[in-house]
Design a protein around this ligand. Sequence first.
Ligand SMILES: Cc1cc2nc3c(=O)[nH]c(=O)nc-3n(C[C@H](O)[C@H](O)[C@H](O)COP(=O)(O)OP(=O)(O)OC[C@H]3O[C@@H](n4cnc5c(N)ncnc54)[C@H](O)[C@@H]3O)c2cc1C
Length: 444
Amino acid sequence: MESNELPSFLSKIHKLTRVAKAIDPSELFEFLSKLDPSMVSKMMKMAKSESPKQLPYPDGDFYSVSEMLTPEERDIQLQVRQFMDKEVNPIADEYWMKAEFPHHLIPKVGALGLGGLTYKGYGLKGMSNVLEGILAMEMARVDTSFSTFFGVQSGLAMGSIYLLGSEEQKNEYLPLMRDFKLLGAFGLTEPDVGSGAAGGLVTTCKKDGDSWIINGEKKWIGNATFSDFTIIWARNIEDDRVKGFIVHKDTPGFTTKKIENKLSLRTVQNAEIKLVDCRVPEKMRLEKGHNFRNTSEVLRMTRAGVAWQAVGCARGAYEVAARYSQTRKQFGRPIGSFQLIQDQLAQMLGYLTAMQTMVMRLSQLQDQERLLDEHASLAKVFCTKSCKEIVSMARSIHGGNGILLENDVGRFLADAEALYSYEGTKEINSLIVGRAITGFSAFV
Ligand SMILES: Cc1cc2nc3c(=O)[nH]c(=O)nc-3n(C[C@H](O)[C@H](O)[C@H](O)COP(=O)(O)OP(=O)(O)OC[C@H]3O[C@@H](n4cnc5c(N)ncnc54)[C@H](O)[C@@H]3O)c2cc1C
């Protein structure tokens, strides 16, 4: 046999081996034994390189954390995964690039009825924080912007009303918000007051008869360009304490402006808000929001969610990088076969697995009502910092292709930056942990 006849011969052998039962092995061996041994070895090498090797499917849940869910919870996880894969993934890059929000998805995500999943009563499901965390991870694994949109509605806005609102407010707002038929935002940060919100807000409120007059500015307020209302946190000029108000978008004196040219979470619509003599009735004040400590109760709950988001963002990037390493070839071999690439993937998976197991325990503590500020802060710091390292390595594994949006890793790289800073920067959350473990406050 001539060597140029080898490929077609091999292809026949492949077909034959697939229907191996039809082959008489003794005839095949007899045929092979007549060939020159060097020819047989050449044929074996070619056969090996031709047969597609079954490669492991990249799965960032290395320690099977999802198996800790109940069967009912697992079904909801898979439902959300399907929603993200089918509805969000195909358009995520496009909307991120346009810096627009895909409004057509709001009724679709609302139909899942997952807003305020862990809250009890008011038509809400009262499910576990573990499940809620896993869902934040599933969303961020595909699109961190979408998970932020969801978190603002379900955590920050609904959570403020659930934890601090009156019974009347809870009955009126929560069922509609569960289905995303009413959208809320959370307005704490100001142009000149970010990390220092506990030290005093510039936005003020003043009691006037049976209503309050609010004046000031807010910055970075997610979803506020289109939400029906924003929870506005303002300092009462009478006693300097912080109060929260449900301020509807049509309130005279309330205006929003979209923040343009963001490098991170571009799909999220962040707003600057101006409040000029906004009159808000007393019944729209959050009844149990007496001071900043109460605002912190909301943030403690949602910080755990941001830690889960970081896990999702990192997991998405890890899985994309692992897949890329199996297909991208250099020096005639998949880059995943190089030791230095494997070392990076193993490091990424190590961080990711530590993050996943940490947030799982965090949510268990939350389910047992044992979550402390420092627990949530430690997870927020560790997970968002580790997320930045993972997405950076994922980018590096993609070489130059890593900076092209179309290769899926660039969005994770950019979005990890906002996770690192919002809901308490790395420094502020470290200071919360530091205060708990040393007994000394080092904020100022
Ligand atoms: C995409 C995005 C979405 C957001 N969404 C919302 C939202 O929906 N609602 C809302 O209210 N806010 C929102 N924010 C605001 C966010 O919470 C703030 O950005 C964050 O709290 C930090 O405040 P700052 O940006 O003003 O930074 P600054 O407070 O000005 O901090 C600047 C730097 O100084 C450091 N620093 C500050 N104080 C100390 C200290 N005592 N010791 C050591 N270091 C210190 C910080 O860690 C940081 O590195 C969002 C922000 C982003 C980027």
